[in-house]
Design a protein around this ligand. Structure first.
Ligand code: NAD
Ligand code: IPM
Ligand code: MN
Length: 364
């Protein structure tokens, strides 16, 4: 069986962290006999510089034919002046929309050896295991009308539209309830039903879908309160289901509970058996790009998610997670998760160490 994977390193630290993920892929090939057909392409600013667009038609077509896409990160100050529809971020949004990747799974798991790297007290994050289910192809990210208008008085008006339809809400709610059924059986739906009609619709429709899952406990939480609860008592959550914008914000908050944005992987899924894209939650980190200091773990764990959700290689996914756990337990830290008394290592050395740990994990 052959697994086809399109690798899109992107911008900033994207290429550096992707090198380490590729080495894990090579390991899976040689040590586990997995058969990958790899493709590589440009996305984001790199594609804009080469083709004048952040996602070329060829790359999009390729993304539609492969089993999965692994993306690094896009964006950076270099493209700050580029028109909105040609910005690096537009390439990423187009991939999500065109592949209909409506369900974004962002697991926030705190590895035990990182409880002291979190900005929260260790007892608040020890054992943390939250799954954020972010709606990814709707809401204010894609709603129309949108744009910037010139007004007759010389002032300007910026417009974006928050919009959700019942089918969009139903399908993401099903994903959340099904996941909760395999976890601790609880879903928290987060919205702003107190101010937004789209939020009220969200709440009503999620409640309707919940009736099909009598074993799952559903509660609702306003998004601002949810942000507060995430930093007050994060272990109260199991699955959080929320819209595109709140999901973006809440998942960055959740990332810091795990120690660093550099730790959080994600999966963007569509219809079962269809396209899928895996990417770290963090961005291109322009402040540290090119220095070989970025944390490659979020990308490597995103590859593990691809093995689990697309390639049906749960055993290898677990091996990668175990290897990461053991390297962290051994005291190695990239700068973002550095703690007193631990060994600060580069991107490359973190990658080397994970490969060595993989050899060890697979031998036991
Ligand atoms: P960012 O996630 O790139 O960086 C935020 C902070 O976290 C920075 O201090 C950075 O150094 C640090 N950080 C992030 N990832 C890290 C890692 N792997 N290892 C160590 N430290 C890490 O967010 P930003 O600075 O707000 O955005 C920079 C650019 O990235 C923007 O153009 C933004 O649009 C883009 N972005 C892209 C994605 C994506 O491609 N999926 C996600 C978020 C932001
Ligand atoms: C993310 C990023 C993207 C988003 C940007 C880069 C378009 O922040 O994946 O979290 O807002 O969805
Ligand atoms: Mn984000």
């Amino acid at each position: 069986m052959t697994h086809s994977l399109l690798i899109l390193p992107g911008d900033g630290i994207g290429p550096e962290i992707m090198v380490e993920a590729r080495r894990v892929i090579d390991w899976l090939r040689t040590k586990r006999g997995l058969n990958f057909t790899l493709y590589e392409g440009l996305v984001g600013g790199a594609a804009y510089d080469a083709y004048g667009v952040p996602l070329s038609d060829n790359t999009l077509e390729l993304a539609k034919t492969v089993d999965a896409v692994l993306l690094g990160a896009v964006g950076g100050p270099k493209w700050a002046g580029v028109d909105y529809d040609k910005r690096p971020e537009a390439g990423l949004l187009a991939l999500r929309k065109e592949l209909e990747l409506f369900a974004n799974l962002r697991p926030a798991i705190c590895f035990e050896s990182l409880v002291n790297s979190s900005s929260l007290k260790p007892e608040l994050v020890s054992g943390l295991d939250i799954m954020i289910v972010r709606e990814l192809t709707g809401g204010v990210y894609f709603g129309k009308p949108r744009g910037i208008e010139d007004l007759p008085d010389g002032s300007r008006r910026g417009i974006n539209t928050q919009v959700y339809t019942t089918p969009e809400i139903h399908r993401i709610a099903h994903v959340a309830f099904e996941l909760a059924g395999k976890r601790r059986g609880r879903v928290t739906s987060s919205d702003k039903a107190n101010v937004m009609e789209s939020g009220l619709l969200w709440r009503e429709e999620v409640t309707k879908i919940a009736r099909q899952y009598p074993d799952i406990k559903l509660d609702h939480m306003l998004a601002d309160s949810c942000a507060m609860q995430l930093v007050r008592a994060p272990k109260q959550f199991d699955v959080i289901v929320t819209d595109n914008l709140f999901g973006d914000i809440l998942s960055d908050v959740a990332a810091m509970l795990t120690g660093s944005l550099g730790m959080l992987p994600s999966a963007a899924l569509g219809v079962r058996g269809g396209a899928a894209m895996y990417e770290p939650v963090h961005g291109s980190a322009p402040d540290i790009a090119g220095q070989n200091v970025a944390n490659p773990i979020a990308t490597i764990l995103s590859l593990a998610m691809a093995l689990r959700y697309t390639f049906d290689c749960g055993e290898e996914a677990r091996m990668i997670e175990d290897a990461v756990r053991s390297v962290l337990a051994g005291g190695l830290r990239t700068t973002d998760i550095m703690q007193p008394g631990k060994a600060r290592v580069s991107t490359t050395v973190m990658g080397d160490s994970i490969l060595r740990a993989l050899d060890h994990v697979s031998a036991t």
